[in-house]
Ligand binder design. Structure first.
Ligand SMILES: C[S@@+](CC[C@H](N)C(=O)[O-])C[C@H]1O[C@@H](n2cnc3c(N)ncnc32)[C@H](O)[C@@H]1O
Length: 251
């Protein structure tokens, strides 16, 4: 984040504000740029390892991040950025126009109800956006069912819009033992792998390749996803202050 570009104290009083679209609209009205987790330079090597510039890419929950501009700079030409916030979308569209990057599409869209046809993107990417759904989710080992059903709705939509062989990239501070049961729900055919990046605090770069498993072999016969149980032992229980600790190694 460049000096002078963000609010002096962008964190809300309570983490539950992250679930309020009004919070994001207000924030984006006053803030030009902020990178959640880490900026592109920290995980560029992983993008280059897993993705090809010829891929069509959908970013969900782009906010005012520069991820799409960085991808464009690395040769990705087929880019669509989406966010729920009309303010973020409007400001990003103007920013891209000013920078001569109007070829990057920017659209208002709810990641829980993606307005795209089936199998139309090679890659769907999100950074810190799924994490918003875990705000107020209670015990991370056993999140509220409302949280799990929203996450499943998001994942079902992403799985649906990915082409066969397409990849979902999720960049998060959510640890694999919390994410795996959701990503590996039986109705998804994607594989589950991850890399880590960052100094000190590690962030996760999840790569889920669609079509690596069959629905039958997962025992899933209905198209509707069942909600997985991710309750586990508390042996590694940590304080998970979602989002508020996203830039923890910069403190
Ligand atoms: C933590 S910020 C991450 C922003 C950006 N990806 C980054 O890395 O800087 C979460 C973003 O998700 C957006 N968001 C929240 N709920 C959403 C939803 N249901 N659909 C799409 N975007 C959503 C917010 O407006 C915000 O831009």
């Amino acid at each position: 984040m460049d000096p002078g570009e963000s609010l002096s104290d962008p964190a809300p009083k309570s983490a539950s504000a992250y679930k309020d679209p009004g919070y994001w609209d207000g924030r984006f009205s006053a803030e030009e740029h902020y990178e959640w987790l880490k900026d592109y330079s920290h995980f560029r090597h992983l993008v280059r390892r897993h993705l090809r510039p010829s891929h069509s890419v959908l970013e969900v929950g782009c906010g005012n991040s520069r991820l799409c501009e960085e991808l464009f700079g690395d040769g990705f030409a087929d880019l669509t950025c989406t966010d729920l916030s009309p303010v973020a979308v409007d400001r990003k569209r103007r920013r891209l126009l000013d920078r001569g990057l109007a070829d990057i599409r920017v659209m208002e869209a709810d990641m829980l109800d993606l307005p795209f046809a089936d199998e139309c993107f090679d890659v769907v990417i999100e950074k810190g956006t799924m994490d918003v759904l875990f705000v107020d989710s209670g015990d991370p080992w056993n999140p509220h069912s409302a949280t799990v059903s929203k996450v499943m709705k998001m994942l079902e939509g992403i799985h649906r819009v990915l082409k066969p062989g397409g990849m979902f990239v999720s960049i998060s501070f959510g640890q694999p033992h919390f994410r795996r049961p959701l990503f590996e729900a039986p109705c998804f055919t994607w594989s589950f792998e991850y890399d880590t990046f960052g100094d000190g605090f590690h962030y996760f770069f999840y790569t889920l390749k669609k079509g690596s498993r069959t629905l039958e072999s997962n025992g899933c016969i209905s198209k509707k996803c069942s909600i997985p149980s991710i309750s586990m032992l508390h042996e590694e229980m940590e304080s998970e202050d979602y989002l508020l600790r996203t830039c923890i190694d910069e403190l």
